[in-house]
Design a protein around this ligand. Sequence first.
Ligand code: PAF
Length: 279
Amino acid sequence: MLVVRTIAKLRAVQKKWHSEGHKIGFVPTMGALHDGHLSLVKAAKSKSDKVIVSIFVNPTQFNDPNDLKAYPRTEKADLALLQPLDVDLVYIPDAGQMYSDQFATNISVDGLTNCLCGASRPGHFDGVATVVTKLFLQTGADKAFFGEKDFQQLQVIRRVVADLNIDIRVIGCPTQRETDGLAMSSRNMRLSPEARAIAPSLNHIMQKCIIDVKTGKSVGEAVSNAKQRLAEIGFGKIDYFEFRDIENLELLEQLDRPARLFAAVFLEDVRLIDNVEIK
Ligand code: PAF
């Protein structure tokens, strides 16, 4: 497994692979890897000849400096997890490699980014769209794998790829969950044992809310009951708890088209997000 820290070296390797006719699969990450990331790597391995994983804690997508500071950096453990999966190359640039002093370009996606996480994290999706575009151009990958847990991010990246005619296939992969239903996230390791015990209820309450709507409650009533239940069992501020169209992320008052239920809720100082497909 090659570990590469510069754009020049990465380019040399990916160009050689392409010249040999290999298709490259790419999994972008910010490290602190868990089984959710590893499932993306496994999907990439099964659908590509060569697999590149990037590890870069991208400063421009954090709107809260404390969140950036608190983000776990676990390079040694990450490499140990990737090695047995037969990853071909791990790309670990530093901030200087990614952003020169003169850096002045911003990729900003309208519409899709005004709601959900975009509403409460100004600038977040500009940071994501810009860094992911750079990583696509640097890796020259043919396919990129993203988790559906960050469903809004996945749709934003799909928009960027379509709008900028980037020659890459974006593949969404199902959210990986702990056995108790909690969506896997690098942030879960910041939960106290008490909060960790409460956290899976977010998904259970979302599932119940979907059943309520399917069995006749209005969206408004089902959502209001769910929010009340979240508060009762110890969750804090609710950033959003909403049904939205899966394509344009428009807010839905009725489930009359393909939809997902999206939630972002604080537990202690950890912001948990989840989304559930409505079958
Ligand atoms: O989902 C993430 O971990 C990040 O947003 C990504 C896609 C690696 C960009 O920094």
